[in-house]
Design a protein around this ligand. Structure first.
Ligand code: NAP
Length: 317
């Protein structure tokens, strides 16, 4: 199939507007034909609906695909309805609240059949693919993940991130885990985790994780923190047993090997996601990757909880 894919965005918030709209507009295979949100307005020039059900009822024969960019808690119900309607379905990260939900979506998509694509945007940095190539088959001496950012900058006024099931600092931290699971040359398991919960919130503002792996000899650590002001620090450094130092920085956008910059080319995260989505639809295939969600779930299973000072968000008014 090489005709245009008519797509609607469900959940028209920050990431939909910042990334999905321009990436759809920049890819000739896609045409944005509708949006849905419970409140607020949609994209200029296309119909907007206040629920996915209203969208599906009105647009059933004018739609091929959906990009679901809501918070994760409502994604399973919406995705189930879209799959049942025969729509090719792209899920923002994380693909669901629980592993069981994502497994069931994969089953439903295979049964229908439609394409189900669990996107992990950080994996689509060209440096991430290159790092996976540099680490393939190696033994690992150590890995240090450092993922610090300012929650007030990246999630201004958002409340869902602080609810149980809202992921807290794992909302960005899962991006680091999506890179780690993509580049690490073997299985990764959570050994221990310390989760820091503001005393007025249901989700952690910081987390420290330690992993183990059959292909690693030394420490494998991750440090996530949402209390970081003045720019982001998103790095993953992997030392191989044969002495290489592979450093991904700027969230995976930059790669160096032993201090020398490696500059692989690529279209960028979200344009690459839409290229892959078109290929999956054309090939009648799905791509369902739960590895980052599984590590996150394991961190909550294994995690010790510590209480830290309350978090207040002035953007909430
Ligand atoms: P957001 O700004 O809160 O947007 C979420 C949107 O979903 C809101 O517009 C909300 O509007 C809508 N929504 C909620 N429930 C809905 C429902 N039942 N039906 C239809 N629409 C619904 O959040 P975001 O930052 O864009 O994040 C959304 C997802 O993208 C998250 O999973 C996040 O991890 C991921 N992501 C975010 C970023 C980022 O930088 N912010 C980056 C990459 C990925 P209403 O409440 O009016 O319905």
């Amino acid at each position: 199939m090489s005709e245009r894919i008519r797509i609607a965005i469900i959940g028209f918030g920050k990431i939909a507007q910042d990334q999905h709209v321009p990436s759809i507009a920049g890819n000739p295979r896609f045409e944005l034909v509708a949006t849905a949100n419970r409140t607020g307005e949609g994209a200029d020039g296309v119909p907007h609906f206040t629920s996915d059900e209203a969208l599906l009822a009105a647009m059933a024969d004018k739609l091929d695909a959906v990009a679901i960019c809501t918070p994760p808690s409502v994604r399973f119900d919406i995705a189930s309805r879209c799959i049942a309607a025969g729509l090719q379905t792209l899920l923002e990260k994380p693909p669901g609240d629980t592993l069981s939900e994502v497994e069931e979506l994969a089953r439903l998509a295979a049964e229908k059949p439609v394409t189900l694509f669990t996107t992990w945007h950080a994996q689509y940095n060209p440096g991430v693919t290159a790092a996976a190539g540099l680490l393939a088959g190696k033994r690992i001496a150590a890995m240090k993940i450092y993922w610090h950012e300012d929650v007030r900058k990246w999630h201004p006024g958002q409340q869902w991130i602080w609810e149980a099931g809202g992921f807290g600092v794992f909302d960005p931290g899962i991006n680091a885990l999506s890179i780690a699971t993509r580049i690490f040359p073997g299985a990764l398991f959570v050994r221990e985790a310390i989760l820091s919960f503001p005393e007025n919130r249901q989700a952690p503002i910081a987390a420290r994780l330690a992993f183990h792996s059959p292909v690693a000899e030394g420490p494998l650590d991750a440090d996530f923190d949402w209390r970081h002001e003045g720019g982001e620090a998103w790095t993953i450094e992997v030392r191989t047993a044969d002495g290489d130092i592979i450093l991904l920085s700027e969230g995976g956008a930059k790669l160096s090997r032993n201090g020398e910059s490696v500059a692989p080319a690529g279209p960028g995260e979200y344009p690459a996601i839409y290229q892959v989505f078109a290929e999956l639809v054309d090939g009648h295939q799905s791509h369902v990757d739960v590895a980052p969600l599984r590590l996150t779930a394991d961190a909550f299973l294994a995690g010790k909880r510590e209480l830290v000072e309350p978090f207040e968000d002035p953007a909430r008014g």
